[in-house]
Design a protein around this ligand. Structure first.
Ligand code: ZN
Length: 812
């Protein structure tokens, strides 16, 4: 560790002797002329000054907490040490997961973005120090990947498993980090490492040489950035080369010819023939982002056609109301059409960020606001949920329902999500504006200003708004030259009765409150084009635009094919999706029913969760009757908070989709003998309550209704115990087993038996008249000679090498 302090001390000494400016001032970044790029140009985030009550605190937290915290975690977990070892600065083995280099690159990218907005000497010095270590870790030929570099270099291992080892994924992040570093500092030190590495990759992976695609996309995006930064077309060609190897028949890799990876890595078909979003959702969205970039830079319309079709597939059938993507945890990826379970939703934070990248590119390509509607939905909901308000706790999956099993973590072994958040949040201002020739676009509503350099003019726009809490946006316009041009102001889909640009979700009722638009105080007609109000006129300094987006609470209903949301309702106001969480609702929320006619009110609560608007109303409580029916049982006030703000007050229940009809609620269980018992177990994974919640699964493998299982215990003998204050006559026990063979590690058990308490702590087996069965997809009932007892115990012996679980128990 000593040497690291020494490096930092040396850098600081250099600062003292040479003066800050020569060390830290920005050198001149070369402007690169490209043949072509997106039709619409983004206004980079460093040209957007944010002064916003919602975003400024988040940007500050990112700079002051998240980025330093992520660097600290990279140090603690050996991620930085791996580079130091590879550079020969210390000895030792590789620490952590093989693709951990990528996290360091991502945090560096975030740090560079943050520096661009707010100079920070210590952060800059730290960044330069890490770049120096990386330069030392790079091989002479440009190779850089610590996993194959320590404890000694293993040249025989390079590129032997590009499907899973992720060398290219890592360096893709390196290129992104290096370009960001170069753009901020003008210093080429990191960029030189990146280009040297990319040159090597261009040499190894080429027609007639290696043609197998990377297992995890990302390098395609990085190469496009390298091309934009250097103007060297070789990098663009390489990005296209990698895209075109995907799904290519007979491509050559170490596993022989045609060793395709399948749908998981979107390698089942050539990318231009793909029509549906399949497989791992982060890989997929990075792929589509890379295709958009290459299409914009080359004019390849085949890519555009493919990603247009895939985008429609996602928005029509695979998008959560929070904007999250990825329904299934098993492959961290897309489910089938309309398969959008809530409690087990994956919605990885990385996938949300990738979805934002992709939709931003789609907007730049087509100039259509529908992509920004998706982007805004992801941004304010699924993506923001990924990080705590304090900036140092993270979600990997972002589920839409919880019974208390979810909480943000300080870090992960696989830390893709925290490091992605660290680089994403500082870049958010960059999504606010765009321009095309002399016209400018207002995409998002964030207070602050931007000086937008168009082809012939410079237009300063200043926004004032309390978005997302209020829908009023004032924009002042200051062109350098008075001139005729168009300002395109996005009119969000949600303000026009369309929550998403498809029929996947709709508002329960059409609202007729109209969007208001004024120029210099005079009402103008909306004149919408591709979702933007187009205001074309001769603009001059002092002109103003006033946009008024009505923000009533809207009830959202999902397409009937989305089974998980049937007879349920989501609440949305402005761009925010709301949820019901336990602290505001006496702990219980899944038993609530919000009828369609319940009056909904809003209130701004400055004291709650850093200040949020809450939605309140009166719900009904669903209860199960003894005959199994579900019936209303009284009324209850409920409070809903914005989804992004959940899980800040401890673990407990939460839902984005409360019931609107009793049959969709998780009713309060009926007062049965089983439900009344005090229930304990030898071990609990998932939920103990689930075994007596009276919600029957569709099958043994159905985990949507929750289960108790003994994972990761295998081959052991476990028990469940049910106790009462007084004795009851009991003559049967029914067990519905959990079994997720093929997906997880639970099998039906090897054997089981029922015991009853006979005296203090003395349990005796019952005298059964029917056998103990362990069938799937049904109750297994054992009947026995009636016993008078105050305690029943079920002993379960697991199969060798397998765990087991229980869906439901009924004792009668
Ligand atoms: Zn992730």
């Amino acid at each position: 560790m000593v040497h690291r302090k020494q490096i930092l001390v040396a850098v600081l000494a250099a600062v003292v002797t040479t003066g800050l400016c020569t060390t830290l001032c920005k050198a001149k970044e070369q402007k690169v002329e490209l043949r072509r790029d997106y039709n619409v140009k983004p206004v980079p985030f460093n040209e957007v000054h944010v002064n916003d009550s919602f975003w400024t605190p988040r940007l500050e937290t990112s700079r002051k907490v998240t980025i330093p915290y992520a660097f600290k975690k990279c140090e603690e977990t050996g991620r930085i040490r791996n580079f130091e070892k590879a550079a020969g600065l210390m000895e030792g083995k590789h620490e952590g997961i093989y693709f951990n280099d990528s996290d360091v690159y991502k945090v560096m990218e975030g740090a560079a973005y943050s520096l661009q907005v707010q100079p920070d000497t210590m952060m800059r010095l730290y960044l330069d120090k890490v770049v120096k270590i990386m330069a030392g870790a790079q091989w002479e030929d440009g190779y850089l990947f610590t996993f194959y570099s320590i404890p000694k270099r293993q040249p025989e291992k390079l590129w032997t498993n590009v499907e899973s080892i992720h060398e290219q994924y890592c360096v893709g992040h390196m290129y992104e980090g290096a370009v960001a570093h170069y753009q901020v500092t003008g210093d080429k030190a990191f960029l030189d490492i990146a280009t040297k590495n990319a040159d090597l990759i261009c040499d190894v992976f080429a027609e007639g040489k290696r043609t197998d695609p990377p297992g995890h996309q990302e390098i395609e995006i990085g190469l496009c950035k390298l091309y934009r930064a250097t103007g060297d077309e070789k990098y663009l060609d390489q990005a296209k080369f990698f895209l075109d190897q995907r799904g290519r028949k007979g491509n050559r890799g170490p596993k022989g010819n045609g060793g395709l990876y399948g749908t998981y890595s979107q390698d089942h078909k050539p990318v231009t023939e793909q029509t549906r979003a399949l497989g791992h959702s982060v890989r997929a969205a990075y792929l589509y982002t890379g295709m958009a970039d290459v299409a914009a830079l080359t004019g390849n319309m085949e890519y555009v056609k493919a990603i247009d079709t895939i985008w429609k597939d996602v928005v029509d059938t695979k998008l959560y109301i929070t904007g999250g993507i990825g329904a299934a945890g098993g492959h961290e990826g897309f489910g089938g059409a309309y398969e959008l379970p809530n409690m087990t939703a994956y919605c990885e934070t990385c996938a949300s960020i990738a979805n934002i990248f992709w939709n931003h590119r789609m907007f730049l390509m087509h100039g259509d606001a529908k992509y920004l509607d998706v982007l805004e939905r992801v941004l304010y909901n699924a993506a923001l949920s990924g990080i705590s308000m304090k900036g140092d706790r993270f979600f990997y999956p972002n589920p839409l329902e919880s019974t208390g099993q979810h909480a943000r973590s300080p870090w992960f072994g696989c830390a893709c999500c925290p490091s992605n958040v660290a680089r994403f949040v500082p870049s958010v201002p960059g999504y606010t504006y765009a321009y095309k020739k002399n016209d400018v676009y207002v995409n998002l509503f964030i207070s602050g200003d931007a000086a937008i350099e168009t082809i012939n003019n410079k237009v300063k726009l200043t926004q004032q708004t309390q978005y997302p809490w209020k829908g009023r946006v004032n924009i002042s316009v200051e062109p350098e030259k008075n001139d005729t041009f168009a300002i395109y102001v996005r009119i969000p889909g949600w303000a026009q009765n369309q929550p998403v640009p498809s029929d996947l979700y709709k508002f329960h009722k059409v609202v007729n409150e109209k969007v208001g638009l004024k120029v210099n105080g005079k009402r103008v007609s909306l004149n919408t084009q591709k979702g933007f109000a187009c205001i074309e006129r001769k603009w001059q300094k002092g002109d103003t635009i006033e946009l008024n987006l009505p923000m009533p609470v809207r009830r959202v209903i999902a397409h009937p094919n989305v089974k998980a949301d049937r007879d349920k309702v989501a609440l949305q106001r402005g761009p925010l999706v709301f949820c019901l969480e336990w602290p505001d609702n006496d702990g219980k929320i899944l038993n609530l029913v919000i009828p369609d006619d319940a009056k909904l009110e809003t209130e701004y609560r400055p004291d709650l969760l850093n200040g949020v608007v809450v939605i309140t109303g009166t719900a009904r409580v669903a209860k199960r009757a003894m005959n199994g029916d579900i019936e209303p049982a009284g009324k209850k006030q409920f409070t809903a908070i914005p989804y992004y703000a959940w899980a800040h007050r401890g673990r407990g229940r939460m839902t984005v989709w409360p019931a609107r009809k009793p049959q969709a609620a998780r009713p309060e269980p009926a007062d049965t003998l089983t439900y009344r018992s005090k229930t304990t177990a030898s071990f609990v994974h998932v939920s103990l309550d689930a075994i007596k919640d009276q919600i029957l699964p569709e099958s043994s493998s159905d985990s949507s209704a929750l289960q108790l299982d003994f994972w990761p215990h295998k081959g052991t003998t476990e028990w469940l115990q049910f106790e009462w204050n007084q004795k009851h006559e009991i003559s049967s026990v029914k067990v519905y087993w959990f079994d997720d063979t093929g997906r997880g590690g639970c099998h039906v058990p090897k054997s089981w038996k029922v015991l009853y308490r006979n005296g203090e702590e003395n349990f005796k087996p019952v005298d059964n008249s029917t056998p103990y069965r362990a069938n799937k997809d049904a109750f297994n009932k054992v009947t026995f000679k009636p016993v008078q007892t105050d305690g029943i115990k079920i002993e379960i012996t697991l199969q060798d090498k397998w765990s087991a679980g229980v869906q439901e128990v009924v004792i009668e």
